[in-house]
Design a protein around this ligand. Sequence first.
Ligand code: GAR
Length: 209
Amino acid sequence: RSRVAVLISGRGSNMAALLAAASVPSYPAEIALVVSNRGDAAGLELAAKAGVPGRVVPSRGRTREAFEAELQSALEEARVEYVALAGFMRVLTEGFVRRWEGRMVNIHPSLLPSFPGLDTHRRALAAGVRLHGCTVHLVTPGVDEGPILAQAAVPVLEGDDEAMLAARVLEQEHRLYPAALGWLVSGHAWLEAGRAVVAAEGARGRSLA
Ligand code: GAR
């Protein structure tokens, strides 16, 4: 199984979904490490309860270079092969992103390329879109711009507020992220000429259980 690090900044519900998927032996990834850039991230406790090593690499009050050097060492020490950003709210430098090119994924709470950045649910409601959702993409230096691996859509319903819409999207995030990460680490999805290729299940590499 491929060794994956999950990077978080807070609640960690997507991390928990990845941990749950990886607790099934036939899942192609194992979560070798959880890293938070904040010591108060609730997700760290969830990781500890699941028996997964957690580590705080503080980002506050230091340069990006110092932060990323410690992060890179933590990933190397844990012999990590892939990185999954899960509610990780810190922008990574181009140098770091290039080092993990094709091996780092992110989940974003909108149907990219609509609504990159923050406050996606509020902005979707303000725009009056009828469909909203989430995206798993490979990470490239442009924030929320990387090749798309997978998306899930949800309807925007009459009377929705931000919290209701966020909850509907989050439910899909928890399904989508384990599936998309599984494709990548098992060789069913890869980066080719700047785009993500997702092959039919079983077409290449190990199949998803
Ligand atoms: C999730 O909705 C995730 O998509 C989003 O933050 C939330 C984290 O929740 N990520 C971003 O906005 C990235 N810019 P979680 O900590 O419970 O997974």
